[in-house]
Design a protein around this ligand. Structure first.
Ligand SMILES: *Cc1c(COP(=O)(O)O)cnc(C)c1O
Length: 388
């Protein structure tokens, strides 16, 4: 199978998306990898098999997917999981009692919940900090710091963390850097090239891209980490099923095309929102008004499809606005071809403690748009008519 290192350095990302991981099936030449819907494999003699003995340990559809996932981040290893959080869980299982972990403070809610509610009891110290200032980060590393957990852009405030600076600081102290790259997608940001040790994706979002599955992935170039994470995948069992691997393989073929349109449409929607007096603030890394626009430009090659904005007025006005939208659907999740709008305070971030929400700036006027791949003027018209 072709992994991230099988393509020449000059191979374009669209070529990688179409071809990564996929080879004609050996017995028939089928161009698409079949769904190997099987739990076990017949052995010719005890212990003699063709590389697969039981589908928790390995399945050919998953092998193809994992090669494709690795290729997307130009990594040596890709490891897929049943969900994004199962991938987070796998990394958490690398930790030992007494370890200290630095986590960026507006990390995905489920990641924070997993650390606080499932792993803090194993005497692992999770410290949630603002990572926008790398110098401040330096002073927070301790001898016991094992992991620096970065998400950039963050959800829903689209803050940017300097991956290269943070990874350098972590490496100097012997800590691993993990980057949750879900919002940027591998098309617009390659954290391994910036010094990160592990990249994480909720493949539920842009990589899947059609709001029809839940999945997760880890990519790394580090042989020892790959071996440990693969063992956790096998021993812990949070694998994804062959059918889902197939759907993801199909999704990856159009990832670069979809991301380009998400980016273009988000730029149009952000500009439009910025011109409307109904919104007091528009948050999008591609806008010059974003306080970290320069950093975003430097470490991302596109701004992806997420835009947040604050609507002036009461919560009733927010409810009226979202109920009048026709092209944007009111729903959690993101990264699908269809446009969604989410109200973080009452939906995705309802479980974040109110004082923490207030501290980081999630209020009742904040809306998060996942801009889809529809015709841009239909999205703009939809927002205008919903305000009138
Ligand atoms: C959705 C999401 C996750 C969790 O992924 P699931 O597939 O829902 O388990 C993790 N990180 C980010 C940034 C996400 O958006």
């Amino acid at each position: 199978m072709k992994n991230g290192h099988s393509f020449g350095r000059t191979a374009g990302i669209e070529t990688i998306c179409v071809h990564a991981g996929v080879e004609p099936e050996a017995t028939t030449g089928a161009i698409m990898t079949p769904i190997f819907q099987t739990s076990t494999y017949v052995q010719s003699a005890p212990g003699e098999h063709k590389g697969y003995d039981y589908s928790r340990g390995g399945n050919p559809t998953r092998t193809a997917l994992e090669a494709a996932l690795a290729a997307l981040e130009r990594a040596k290893h890709g490891i897929s999981f049943a969900s994004g959080l199962a991938a987070v869980h796998a990394i958490a299982q690398l930790l030992n009692p007494g370890d200290h972990v630095l986590v960026c403070d507006d990390v995905y809610g489920g990641t924070g919940r997993l650390f606080r509610r499932l792993f803090a009891k194993y005497a692992i110290d999770f410290e949630f900090v603002d990572m926008r200032n790398p110098d401040a980060l330096k002073s927070l590393l301790r001898p016991k710091t094992r992991l620096v957990w970065i998400e950039t852009p963050t959800n829903p405030l689209l803050r940017i963390v300097d991956i290269r600076a943070a990874a350098e600081i972590a490496k100097a102290k012997g800590a691993w850097t993990v980057v949750d790259n879900t919002f940027a997608s591998p098309i617009f940001q390659q954290p391994l090239n910036l010094g990160a040790d592990i990249v994480l994706h909720s493949t539920t979002k842009y990589i899947g891209g059609h709001s029809d599955l839940v999945g997760g992935a880890l990519m790394t170039n580090d042989e020892s980490l790959a071996e440990q994470l693969r063992f956790i995948q096998f021993a812990g069992g949070a694998i994804n099923a062959p059918q889902e691997c197939f759907i993801l393989l199909r999704s990856i073929k159009t990832l670069a095309l979809r991301m380009q349109r998400h980016h273009e449409n988000a730029c149009v929607v952000a500009q439009e929102l910025n011109q409307l007096s109904a919104f007091s603030e528009v948050i999008f890394p591609g806008l010059e008004s974003h306080p970290q626009h320069a950093l975003a430009r430097q470490q991302m090659s596109g701004y992806s499809g997420m835009v947040s904005a604050r609507l002036k007025g009461s919560f009733d006005d927010v409810k009226k606005f979202v109920s009048r939208l026709k092209v944007f659907s009111l729903a959690e999740s993101l990264g699908g071809v269809e446009s969604l709008v989410n109200h973080p305070e009452t939906m995705t971030h309802a479980s974040v403690p109110p004082d923490h929400r207030k501290k980081i700036g999630i209020d009742s006027g904040l809306l998060r748009f996942s801009v889809g791949i529809e015709t841009a003027h239909d999205l703009v018209d939809d927002i205008r008519q919903a305000l009138s």
